[in-house]
Design a protein around this ligand. Structure first.
Ligand code: LLP
Length: 439
């Protein structure tokens, strides 16, 4: 029987034992074999979402690039997977770059981002021959040019522009509006001046511009407005500085489904909006058509992932609330605490059973706010049950910590009834292996 909880991977079903199954794997058995908390990704769902992006763009334009934003979930296996699906990769730091290179990701298909890259990170990126560095400030431009000169290279770059667009999403994950630490603002001619500076810098090659307006976006209008605003900017940059943009990178941001009310546009609709508005806005201003890029993270990985926990305790605070405490929490999924993000919960050996109580799913950390799900309807939850939160594939493991000495969970990929570990569970020894004893 297929299980119609939309945030779960499409391969999810209830098997003959009545258990939740993902990609042919029984979640109770996975929890027994690999332990909990456990991050489970449906490999085919990851591939299908990469392909949905590639197909949506290739059917509409010839000159495009889909860049996986690895900050959403970065490990060697996902870098290998997206490389094989033909995507490029956004690395937001030296560490994400290192991970991609450890997966033999083609460096020419890597974009290095960041608003505070160190000289060491830039040196590493340029030495690794990354395809593009997305320049965030004049200070970074000077650093990149200097390092490229010392290495005898000419580094292709994009300029990150802050378009001043307000996308309706959580304040902390909104990045394109004017009051932002990211990029060159259009206001006051700052971005135009940056074009001139990049053109005159000897050891960098200005290829194009980039903008990212936010994350968990459910509307297409902000993307169309961004294209129009950038097109105005490119018209001015052409007129004033003779700059022809060859690569227009519109960032990521497409939303994922976390609960019943979430209805993000389809990947295909995003591609249609982006490709048609770039064509129209460029033509209207007599500008040449650039290569179009997008940088999805969440919309590729969020709904391909889920987390399995074990219930450790169930308690009722009379007349107030029921609590179901699990063996993970803010150390493996910080999003509820950081953004008030909502998740759902189900019990893996009876996912379709009638709920008997509503409970807050509490994490194991020493913080009252460590609540993974505020009010989950659950069927007689008991210690030892395996509780699953769907849609944890994006910004879950990548924001995990060792708070309270909690080892980070294992991550597995499941496919056609087979499971394999892609990130091992940390052991207690890992918590201290970088530490030195006092004399
Ligand atoms: N490109 C750039 C330059 C970005 O800053 C981001 C995300 C992306 C692409 C990918 O955006 P996505 O398609 O995943 O929405 N930790 C937050 C999300 C932070 C997003 C930061 N930038 C969360 O858990 O919701």
């Amino acid at each position: 029987m297929s299980l119609l909880i939309p945030p779960l991977p499409r391969s999810s079903s209830v098997n003959d034992s009545g258990h939740l199954e993902v990609a042919g794997c029984d979640v109770i058995e996975l929890a027994g074999e690999f332990g909990t908390p456990l991050y489970i990704y449906d490999e085919q769902e990851l591939r299908d979402r990469c392909r949905a992006y590639m197909d949506a763009f290739s059917s509409r334009c010839e000159n495009f690039e889909v860049i996986y934003a690895s900050k959403a979930f970065s490990c060697v296996a996902i870098c290998q997977l997206v490389a094989r699906e033909g995507l490029s990769l956004d690395a937001a730091s030296g560490g994400e770059l290192y991970t991609a290179l450890a997966a033999w990701f083609p460096p020419e298909k890597i974009f290095l981002h960041g608003n505070a890259n160190t000289a060491a990170e830039l040196d590493f990126a340029i030495r690794s021959e990354v395809g593009h560095i997305v320049i965030d400030s004049l200070d970074e431009m000077v650093k990149v040019a200097g390092i490229a000169a010392r290495q005898g290279r000419r580094q292709p770059v994009l300029l990150r522009i802050t378009p001043g667009i307000e996308a309706h999403t959580h304040d902390f994950i909104q990045t394109g509006r004017l009051d932002s630490k990211f990029g060159f603002p259009l206001a006051g001619g700052t971005a135009l001046d940056a074009v001139a500076a990049a053109q005159t810098a000897a050891d960098i090659e200005l290829v194009g511009v980039h903008a990212h307006i936010g994350s968990q976006i459910f509307a297409l209008k902000p993307y169309r407005r961004t294209v129009a605003v950038l097109a105005d900017f490119l018209a001015a940059a052409r007129e004033k500085h003779g700059f022809d943009c060859r690569l227009l990178d519109l960032g990521g941001g497409l939303g994922a489904v976390y609960g019943p009310g979430d209805d993000p546009p389809a990947i295909d609709q995003l591609a249609e909006a982006v490709v048609s508005s770039v064509a129209a806005e460029m033509e209207r201003r007599g500008l040449p058509l650039p290569r179009i890029a997008v940088e999805p993270g969440r919309s590729i990985v969020a709904n391909a992932g889920l987390t399995a926990y074990e219930i450790e305790a169930v308690k009722t605070v009379f007349d107030v609330r029921n609590f179901v405490a699990v063996n993970g929490g803010m150390s493996d999924n910080l999003r509820p605490m950081l953004y008030g993000a909502g998740y759902q919960a189900l019990i893996a050996d009876r996912p379709l059973a009638e709920p008997t109580m509503t409970a807050a799913v509490a994490g194991k950390h020493c913080e009252s706010g460590d609540i993974l799900v505020k009010a989950a309807p659950l069927p007689e939850p008991r210690p030892g049950d395996i509780l699953v939160t769907p849609a944890t594939g994006a910004y879950g493991y990548s924001m995990a910590s060792n708070y309270n000495g909690q080892p980070r969970p294992a991550v597995i990929f499941v496919k056609a009834g087979e499971a394999r570990v892609v990130i091992k569970r940390e052991a207690y020894e890992d918590l201290v292996h970088l530490q030195e004893k006092l004399e």
